[in-house]
Design a protein around this ligand. Structure first.
Ligand code: ZN
Length: 390
């Protein structure tokens, strides 16, 4: 047996030894960390975001859109996935780009933004491309954008209706208005739709004009909504994509158009009780619409402008099916195109700048929108955004 003092001495000496070893480790780790930091380029996440370098007049038709998406993939392989969600009537691929930080494997929210469901509404597709580029060029430099791509899968379909875009027509190749072909209040007479579809297999009747009816914009024309819901390959493709997102925390949907100059959501979806929005849902949607109304030049959608409800449109169907905030974005102003004609296209960069605040506001609030909570985060935007009205 040894005596107590020698035990204490050994214990004391061991303590000193361990302390020295441990402290030395910490110092060594700190030194190596510092060395690593100094050899790495400094990441400045607080950099103000920059805007895509676009020029007026440079629009992206189907081949140019395809090329641009491919370029995004080549330039940002860790952020971009490009894939076809289906084929159009004329066998063109309907391209989708998913933008997210692929290296971050955390659970993420998903959202879907599409454009050019009406093929002659070019700026609706351009908005999708502009947003995609804005997110890609600012990831890693700007905190807001980086957070978005760390927490979200942003699905973008720039050309919902590729044949219509190439023909510069509202309808698809079968003469169907794709934004009347969804399975929600399909083909209702009061919504000025007629479900003829491919009459006798080959006669295309995209619309019937009512020269004596001038009560409102839609009242002058009846459009062909197809033979039945999802009779068209383009709407089927979007339906299938949306259904695949439903299991991935699908948070919100935006269906882009021109040129009515407003941002809207579901309108009194009241035919069937199960379609009806709750008070809380309406309050959240109203918050979004009020924000757009107060912050941007876009007005909001007033239901009494139209004598219609739902009528087979994409954003109503998404609300009905997935019960998520669902919007329609009418870019440009009424000076540009009264829905059925062939409008002018100018001031591209200006109009793109007008759309950015709205889409960024939705993206920074993706969690609140998913949970039907008040979206109260302000997006951090570069100087000059939103731009002054023309
Ligand atoms: Zn449209």
């Amino acid at each position: 047996m040894g005596d107590k003092p020698s035990y204490l001495k050994v214990f004391f000496l061991c303590g000193i030894l361990l302390t020295v070893m441990f402290t030395g480790c910490i110092e060594k780790n700190q030194k190596s960390e510092n060395a690593e930091k100094s050899s790495m380029p400094e990441v400045q996440m607080d950099q103000p975001s920059i805007l895509p370098d676009w020029k007026d007049g440079e629009y992206h038709d189907y081949p140019a859109t395809k090329q641009m998406l491919n370029d995004f993939y080549m330039d940002y392989p860790d952020l971009v996935n490009v894939f076809s969600i289906g084929k159009s009537v004329l066998n063109r691929d309907i391209w989708c780009i998913r933008i997210t930080n692929e290296k971050n494997n955390n659970d993420k929210y998903s959202c879907l933004i599409d454009g050019c469901i009406h093929g002659n509404e070019w700026e609706a597709g351009e908005t999708c491309l502009y947003l995609a580029e804005y997110l890609l060029i600012n990831f890693g430099n700007n905190e807001t954008v980086t957070n978005i791509l760390n927490t979200s899968n942003v699905y973008i379909v720039p050309l919902f209706n590729p044949d219509g875009r190439q023909a510069d027509e509202r309808w698809n190749e079968n003469g169907i208005d794709l934004n009347r072909n969804f399975d929600v209040h399909f083909g209702r007479l009061r919504s000025n739709n007629f479900p003829l579809g491919k009459l006798f297999g080959f006669i295309k009747v995209p619309m019937i004009k009512h020269p004596l009816r001038k009560n409102n914009v839609l009242g002058q024309v009846s459009t062909n909504c197809g033979r039945h819901p999802f009779s068209e390959p383009e709407t089927k493709a979007i339906r299938d994509l949306a259904e695949s997102l439903d299991s991935k925390d699908f948070s919100f949907y935006v269906n882009c158009h021109t040129a009515m100059h407003f941002f809207g959501s579901i309108i009194e979806v009241s035919y069937k009780p199960e379609y009806k929005a709750t008070k809380n849902e309406i309050a959240v949607l109203d918050t979004v619409l009020d924000w757009v109304d107060e912050t941007t030049e876009y007005g909001i959608f007033y239901p009494d402008q139209f004598s219609i409800t739902g009528m087979g449109v994409a954003n109503h169907w998404v609300f009905k099916e997935f019960r998520i905030p669902s919007f329609v974005f009418e870019i440009l102003s009424p000076d540009y195109d009264p829905m059925y004609g062939h409008g002018k296209h100018d001031h591209l960069v200006h109009w793109m700048k007008t759309t950015l605040p709205v889409l960024m506001y939705l993206l920074v609030n993706i969690k609140a929108l998913h949970d039907w909570e008040t979206p109260d985060i302000e997006p951090c935007l570069p100087e000059g955004i939103p731009p002054s009205p023309l």
